[in-house]
Design a protein around this ligand. Structure first.
Ligand code: ADP
Ligand code: GN1
Ligand code: MG
Length: 356
């Protein structure tokens, strides 16, 4: 066993696990927490070193997660099961913070959409999730990252990173920088809609990418929505949009060959059918009108966050090589530019999906 594994084993043993820890290894493709698969002689678990730079208040974060998962479980919905420490705490707080979930077996997560049916199912499941959250008392929730999807604020952060250009990287990405600057007047519609009351404030997931949902490995049906760290008040545009930016692409989020990256309108339709079918009794006319814009907005927002992180020396998103965040931002901008050309079609698809 490596020193790092021995250290992790000691931490895992602080939790109320069944059986004896036999193996620990890195797991999954998340960009924020450090995720480990822990195997005992009886069961499997997910242990995460929580990213306390990103989530500065782990106590409130875990209170949110325990509250939401209890709410879902009480309604018979499969969800994350928090495994407490041996002294009954929802997470371990030492030099770093760790939490453990039961591993949800016989499921898979996808990094790209393999078949439109899977994307339809994930849309349906995120839509249903939205409905369950509507019954959750929002006053019990702490905002875990302030102004998470406030795109004008993200744009201001991007401009500050550009101004600093701490690593002298701006010269390598002038085209990408210009792409973000040129669209400055398109970033405020969601925030303004929420402020004016034109868009309803809802409890949303806020990070609805495809690998944050576990699909049944046999049936392809959605089993559980995971990565509940960012459940906060927000807009339906965010949940719909973030799924589209990641899943309605013909390639992975970090595909280097942009020739392979396209916005796939058939996948957009599959997701819209699943999602809108589930939320059609609560969606408002304004939301319906703006869902396509939500897809564009989340794609631009994520792209400018990747680019800002590249300019700032890759301190936020986990990266596997230098330039990883730059590669990621390029796929987002390619998708956003293709969406711009298809807003009308996207709008019709959403209207149809809400009727069906
Ligand atoms: P991050 O915040 O870094 O994205 P996630 O909570 O999304 O971390 O976890 C990363 C990955 O680990 C997920 O995409 C999924 O593949 C896997 N995973 C997380 N929790 C579970 C679980 N309870 N059962 C099975 N797989 C899980
Ligand atoms: C992060 O945690 P993960 O990997 O599911 C990020 C999202 C981004 C996404 C881009 C808390 O999601 O906002 O859209 O990467 N999560 C946080 O892939 O910042
Ligand atoms: Mg995740």
């Amino acid at each position: 066993m490596t020193d790092c594994t021995k250290e992790n084993k000691k931490i895992a043993e602080l939790f109320a696990l069944e059986g004896v820890v036999e193996d620990i290894r890195p797991y999954g493709e998340g960009h924020i927490n450090q995720t480990l698969l822990v195997t005992t002689n009886e069961k499997r678990y997910i242990m995460q070193k929580m990213n306390t730079k990103v989530f500065s208040d782990p106590d409130s974060l875990m209170r949110n997660i325990c509250g939401v998962t209890e709410h879902l479980r009480a309604r018979g919905i499969e969800t994350l099961e928090v495994i407490p420490t041996k002294d009954g705490k929802p997470f371990y707080k030492g030099e770093a913070c760790y939490r453990v979930y039961a591993f949800i077996e016989n499921t898979v997560t996808y990094q790209t959409v393999s078949d439109a049916r899977v994307f339809f199912n994930s849309g349906k499941s995120f839509g249903e999730f939205q409905n369950y959250l509507a019954e959750f008392d929002a006053s019990k929730l702490t905002e875990t990252i302030a102004r998470f999807h406030d795109t004008p604020k993200r744009f201001a952060d991007f401009k500050a990173a550009l101004e600093k250009d701490a690593f002298g990287r701006a010269k390598d990405c002038e085209k990408e920088i210009q792409f973000v600057l040129d669209r400055a007047d398109t970033y405020s519609k969601a925030v303004e809609g929420l402020q004016s009351g034109k868009l309803p404030l809802r409890v949303t997931h806020n990070d609805t990418k495809l690998n944050n949902i576990l699909m049944d490995s046999e049936t392809g049906e959605a089993r559980a929505v995971i990565d509940l760290d960012t459940i906060m008040p927000g807009s339906m545009l965010y949940d719909f949009g973030d799924s589209i930016r990641f899943g309605a692409s013909t390639a992975a989020e970090d595909e280097k060959d942009l020739e392979k990256v396209h916005f796939d309108i058939e996948l957009f339709k599959a997701y819209a059918d699943g999602y809108c079918g589930a939320v059609k009794s609560s969606i408002t006319e304004e939301e319906k009108k703006l869902l396509p814009y939500g897809a564009y907005l989340m794609t631009m927002e994520c792209g400018m966050r990747f680019l800002a992180d590249y300019l700032s020396g890759d301190t936020y998103f986990a990266t596997k090589y230098e330039g990883h965040n730059l590669v990621r931002c390029r796929t987002q901008f390619k998708l956003a530019s293709e969406m711009e050309a298809r807003f009308e079609e996207m709008g019709k698809i959403v209207q149809e999906a809400c009727k069906a």
